[in-house]
Design a protein around this ligand. Structure first.
Ligand code: GCU
Length: 430
């Protein structure tokens, strides 16, 4: 009871926009008030979890699909899984490395996902797993020489201006020296040692990240003959990446080594946006780990600082749906905001990570989003974040929602992984 009163008082403070003890007040963060998670479009207040699930959740989900990311096709396109290799001697015999190709069509030259899975060798139970997309190919996540090199859409340093419609990509095999380039971003050894499986794929396998990507990525599988563009409420590239994450989960559901009820989805930056959208739509993801997802992820469109809608829509017009462009310069007209996106994960645990020097992703807005989404968790009898006071740097909060702002730049670091693994241990009671 006491906790309820304390939370209610904190909430009043929030709505009243007074300064909190150590964090900036919502009034100082927001240029416009954000839509309330528990107020239905017709103005009625959501009183319980049942109404949330039956009415408000679908309303919010629909608004994100229709106005922001574009609708994900409901057609299934059943994926086929081909196990290419299983090697029990990875990491000096500590891990099993599996490589699986996921296809969607019998036709050659159609998009396919090359999935890389690591799992500890000595596991007695089906394992909890972490799923995330990587930026430059599976071989970049670890220097393990057994990882197949990515052979589509390699970033091309020759196009340093990134002027062409391929935005600095060319279609060729990745170089050997790209192996392990981003191993610090994945910490595979640590997570295998802690008893987790990791499943990752190159996001360019799903949809290459440039404006002409539609014709090469999975969205092309849904185009009608002769169709070369998508309609204003049809999905953009982030929607495609999120769809790919769900197809990876389809595979994990078939793998007896994995406990498919304990799968967390992770993503950094643009892939953080994709991870949040995947978790929002696909409730099979048990936990969300958002690493500096920023605007278009859990940050707030209506924030005063950080990235602008204009920047997002002019630099990456193909990430979102056509309807989203009408909000450039007018975030206040959006029917939803990042707090509502995060609330779609409720009551599932979610961890939001920001970095102090990453003002573009806007740590205080990411934090406020988690504060505001907490009211939905409370409908389910869960604490959400449990506070509206932004923690000092490097002092994580871990309840049903987790949050930290660490020192440093826009990145994924060992520190972030330490917190994610602690949070997952807590949620999965390990
Ligand atoms: C750009 C973009 C951000 C995005 C980031 C990334 O900076 O504007 O929204 O998060 O790229 O994905 O690295």
């Amino acid at each position: 009871m006491l906790r309820v009163v304390i939370l209610a008082l904190s909430l009043c403070r929030l709505i009243g926009a007074e300064a909190t003890e150590s964090g900036p007040s919502p009034a100082s963060i927001l240029a416009f008030p954000v839509p309330d998670a528990l107020t239905l479009a017709d103005g009625r207040h959501v009183q319980n979890a049942q109404t949330w699930l039956a009415k408000r959740r679908p309303e919010i989900l629909h608004a994100f699909a229709d106005q922001i990311y574009g609708r994900t096709p409901s057609e299934k396109l059943p994926p086929q899984f081909h196990v290419d290799s299983v090697d029990r001697s990875a990491f000096s015999g500590e891990a099993i490395r599996k490589q699986i190709t996921i296809t969607f069509s019998r036709q050659a030259d159609t998009p396919r996902i090359h999935l890389l899975v690591y799992q500890p060798v000595h596991a007695r139970h089906p394992l909890p797993a972490i799923v995330g997309l990587n930026f430059e190919g599976n071989q970049t996540i670890d220097s393990d020489p057994g990882i197949t090199l990515n052979d589509v859409w390699v970033p091309d340093p020759a196009d340093s201006q990134q002027t062409n419609e391929l935005r600095g990509h060319s279609r060729r095999r990745a170089a050997e020296d790209s192996r392990g380039r981003y191993n610090y971003r994945w910490q595979v050894d640590a997570l295998v040692q802690r008893g987790y499986a990791l499943a990752t794929a190159y996001y360019g396998d799903i949809e290459p990240d440039f404006s002409g990507g539609l014709q090469y990525g999975v969205r092309s599988l849904f185009l009608k003959p002769g169709q070369t563009a998508v309609g204003p409420s049809e999905w953009g590239a982030i929607g495609a990446w999120a769809w790919g994450l769900s197809r990876i989960l389809d595979y994990l559901e078939t793998d007896p080594a994995i406990d498919a009820r304990k799968v967390a989805v992770i993503g950094h930056s643009r892939l953080g946006k994709a991870a949040v959208w995947a978790a929002a739509q696909d409730r099979r993801f048990a936990v969300l780990l958002s690493n500096e997802s920023g605007m278009g992820g859990v940050s707030l469109y209506r924030a005063k600082n950080g990235e602008t809608l204009e920047h997002l829509n002019t630099s990456f017009p193909y990430w979102f749906c056509g309807n989203f462009h009408q909000y450039t310069g007018h975030p206040e007209r959006l029917p939803v905001d990042g707090n509502l996106l995060l609330s779609l994960c409720a009551p599932r645990p979610a961890y939001i990570a920001s970095a102090q020097q990453d003002s573009f992703s806007n740590p205080s807005a990411e934090f406020l989003s988690a504060v505001l989404a907490s009211k939905v968790y409370r409908l389910f009898g869960k604490p959400g974040l449990g506070t509206d006071v932004m923690p000092p740097v490097n002092q994580p909060i871990m309840l049903t929602l987790g949050y930290h702002v660490r020192t440093g730049i826009h990145e994924v670091t060992e520190y972030d992984w330490d917190q994610y693994l602690k949070f997952l241990d807590l949620q999965f009671r390990r």
